[in-house]
Design a protein around this ligand. Structure first.
Ligand SMILES: [Cu+2]
Length: 144
């Protein structure tokens, strides 16, 4: 038993991403949203630990987190950012790594080629920035 901590330490050094604790996130969704559930599973299987909260007043949530015209079905809070809709984890990781001065990111609507919706086709899904001053023209954050 005494060897176990050492072993864990060694493994943690070798593969930090495997041993990094799952990142806790909060996700607000309507209780009847099926694609939202699919997205919860997607996040959970990609190293996040989702606390999904059912809300019947998603309009209030959208107003509270200022998603504006870039709204989708569910709203997720990750590391101080708002992640709106079916955003691929690659974009979330970029957001958490680069820490831009924005409110968050969004995959507005419910695009068919997004995680939790359907088959992803790399390079086809545009992710937008939720800027502090909601600009008339949407600002592209990344293409996934
Ligand atoms: Cu959806």
């Amino acid at each position: 038993m005494k060897r176990l901590p050492r072993l864990l330490f060694a493994l943690a050094v070798i593969s930090p991403q495997v041993f990094a604790a799952a990142m806790p996130v909060t996700l607000y969704k309507s209780p009847t949203c099926g694609c939202c559930e699919a997205y919860v599973s997607y996040l959970n299987s990609n190293g996040f630990k989702v606390n999904a909260i059912n809300r019947n007043d998603m309009d209030t949530v959208k107003t509270q987190y200022k998603v504006g015209k870039l709204e989708s079905c569910h709203t997720t809070l990750i590391g101080g950012y708002v992640v709106e809709g079916h955003v691929p984890v690659a974009a979330i990781r970029k957001l958490l790594r680069d820490k831009p001065d924005i409110v968050g990111i969004s995959a507005p609507g419910m695009p068919a080629n997004s995680p939790g919706m359907g088959e992803m086709k790399p390079g086809t899904l545009t992710i937008y920035a939720l800027t502090r001053q909601q600009s008339a023209k949407p600002v592209v954050f990344s293409v996934e």
